[in-house]
Design a protein around this ligand. Structure first.
Ligand SMILES: *[C@@H]1O[C@H](CO)[C@@H](O)[C@H](O)[C@H]1NC(C)=O
Ligand SMILES: *[C@@H]1O[C@H](CO)[C@@H](O)[C@H](O)[C@H]1NC(C)=O
Ligand SMILES: *[C@@H]1O[C@H](CO)[C@@H](O)[C@H](O)[C@H]1NC(C)=O
Ligand SMILES: *[C@@H]1O[C@H](CO)[C@@H](O)[C@H](O)[C@H]1NC(C)=O
Ligand SMILES: *[C@@H]1O[C@H](CO)[C@@H](O)[C@H](O)[C@H]1NC(C)=O
Ligand SMILES: *[C@@H]1O[C@H](CO)[C@@H](O)[C@H](O)[C@H]1NC(C)=O
Ligand SMILES: *[C@@H]1O[C@H](CO)[C@@H](O)[C@H](O)[C@H]1NC(C)=O
Length: 501
């Protein structure tokens, strides 16, 4: 589909016609009650300015995407593991010709005139880590296969924890845990000036995502070509990259940072990756029931440090990704003793979405939690309906990782560590399945919540995830909104997934 981007109308005119229900036959699709985080109102737009507009055309069949994904991901389904090809996905969800034609004729009549740069790993730190901890790899060059998207570069101009911490952590643990049997591919997205978003990454994997439903959002996503000095001045990457079997990302938003439309559009794209057999993991966040930077919601929908309302993170609340929380080995305990929810430096994010409905696979687990351990908070500060997507799905240690950063070893904490560790474990399961000519495990949530995986996780029953001036939720027996189902027991996961078709 071509992009329907037209530089035609002034914002003031469009607002007037949309705001009047009497003369306008149009439906208000979405509206923000306040400026998004990081934006402020500067004044009225110059009424003579030319504004580029994009028209969002609904995808066909997108309302059924959850069912399609279930059909190939649910244990016991006759189609389990029958993943779709990229071409099948494009054909199934392309906007209908009728929709495209209707928009074209309306325009004729109308009077309208994953690492994300600058984050980068440092090779000297990789070598330092490999020399001390990973000599089993016997690898001269401890470096990932790097795929550059939208001019992604491994910058070395800026160094230190802020620039190298995340990438070094992800790779030093991700690469050692999968051992040298498996390639680790790193997608470096975005140029040094304007960086990139998850949508930029998804565009590179699925070219149709660049345009359908209006394409990227300039208030959130980086628009290429970037003509500033040093910028990536080529067209944006659309459909140029093949996805790996397991994709783990340790960055995130708060749901309230983005609109429900933006979140739903991106979430459907994760379902498509699941249809192709890709496992998509996101760290749940490090601020307990608060959002990134400790911001909480106010009743009017804004986010501030003093807010009182729990602030769920995204993409973890998308029902088609697997959200990973954090645990710890308690001080002076051994790794053989039960873990607790992480309460050192960070708190595992978890809770209940305000945007997404609860998916079938977790209905029983969440209902059981709400019945047996009902949180005592007033309904006004959390989504207590029991009808919304709950997260995280599972967890892994997030405390005390030794990481080589800028020439020194540092102790690092975060769900940022938990997610690549789970990614490495699932990659080893895939490795074993591929060796017996089975398909990769793909979207795992319907499987891990199913009863035949009930002892495949260490249930975490101690600790909590404070935030927004509260003690947060408690880790309890069974699934909970702090550590999910618990931490992976690799031998069990391997055994059960090898039994499946
Ligand atoms: C797991 O559960 C499903 C549905 O309850 C069942 O059909 C299947 O045979 C079970 N075992 C495996 C190894 O998938
Ligand atoms: C790893 O990547 C290299 C280079 O792309 C390729 O030759 C090799 O087959 C890959 N190995 C595996 C196990 O995929
Ligand atoms: C929203 O509520 C917060 C907290 O009460 C307040 O500081 C802020 O000014 C309000 N913003 C808007 C746009 O109403
Ligand atoms: C852990 O054990 C050490 C050595 O016995 C002791 O000095 C330290 O206080 C203990 N820490 C905690 C948190 O109990
Ligand atoms: C709670 O979640 C449901 C389902 O996702 C949603 O419809 C509702 O608007 C949410 N409540 C609030 C207060 O956001
Ligand atoms: C690394 O550690 C050494 C020794 O403690 C210290 O002198 C140096 O400043 C540290 N480097 C950085 C970049 O923190
Ligand atoms: C529970 O967590 C607390 C706080 O991290 C810790 O001090 C305590 O030792 C843990 N208890 C058990 C039984 O693990």
């Amino acid at each position: 589909m071509r992009s329907l981007l037209l530089p035609l109308v002034s914002l003031a005119l469009a607002v007037v016609s949309l705001a009047d229900p009497v003369i306008s036959p149009y439906v208000l699709h979405e509206k923000r009650s306040s400026a998004p985080q990081g934006w402020s109102r500067a004044g009225k737009h110059n009424s003579a300015a030319i504004i580029p507009l994009r028209f969002a055309i609904a995808q066909s069949n997108i309302e059924n995407i959850g069912e399609y994904l279930y059909d190939i991901s649910l244990p016991g389904s006759s189609n389990y593991g029958n993943h779709w090809t990229a071409a099948e996905i494009a054909a199934k969800f392309a906007p209908s010709h009728d929709s495209v034609d209707a928009i074209r004729s309306w325009l004729m009549q109308s009077t309208f005139a994953v690492e994300y740069t600058p984050e980068a790993y440092l090779q000297s730190d990789m070598d330092l880590f490999a020399e001390k901890y990973a000599n089993i790899l016997n690898s001269a060059q401890f470096a990932p296969n790097t795929i550059s998207i939208d001019g992604g570069i491994i910058q070395t101009t800026n160094k230190g924890f802020a620039d190298n911490g995340e990438s070094n952590l992800d790779l030093q643990y991700g690469m050692t845990l999968v051992t040298s049997k498996q390639n680790v591919t790193m997608y470096q997205v975005g140029d040094i000036n304007i960086g990139a978003s998850f949508n930029n990454f998804l565009d590179a994997i699925d070219g149709s995502y660049c345009t359908f439903e209006g394409g990227d959002d300039p208030s959130q996503d980086s628009m290429y070509p970037d003509t500033q000095p040093g910028g990536y001045d080529k067209p944006q990457d659309c459909g140029t990259v093949k996805p790996a079997n397991v994709i783990t990302t340790s960055y995130g938003y708060n749901e309230a940072d983005i609109t429900p439309f933006y979140a739903a559009r991106q979430c459907a794209e994760y379902a498509k990756l699941g249809l192709m057999g890709v496992t998509v993991l996101y760290s749940s966040g490090d601020n307990g029931v608060a959002g990134n930077a400790g911001f909480c919601l106010n009743p009017n929908g804004t986010e501030t440090p003093g807010g009182k309302v729990f602030n769920p993170t995204f993409p973890g609340t998308c029902p088609y990704v697997t959200s990973v929380g954090a645990t710890q080995v308690s001080p002076n305990s051994s790794v053989l003793e039960p873990e607790s929810a992480c309460e050192q430096v960070i708190y595992s994010s978890g809770g209940f979405s305000n945007y997404f409905a609860i998916p079938d696979y977790q209905k029983d687990a969440v209902a059981s939690y709400l019945k047996n351990y009902p949180p005592s908070y007033p309904d006004s500060i959390w989504n207590s309906t029991g009808t919304s997507r709950a997260f995280p799905d599972l967890s892994a240690n997030g405390a005390n990782y030794v990481v080589a950063i800028d020439g020194n070893f540092s102790l690092v904490y975060g769900t940022s560590a938990s997610s690549p560790v789970v990614g490495a474990i699932l990659t080893m399961v895939n490795d074993a399945r591929l060796a017996t000519n089975k398909k990769p495990i793909g979207f795992i949530n319907p499987t891990i919540y199913s009863s035949n995986f009930s002892d495949a996780f260490n249930d975490i029953t101690n600790g909590s995830n404070p935030g927004c001036g509260t003690l947060g939720f408690n880790s309890t027996p069974g699934w909970d909104p702090v550590t999910g189902l618990g931490t992976p027991r690799f031998p069990k996961l391997l055994e059960y997934w090898l039994q499946m078709p």
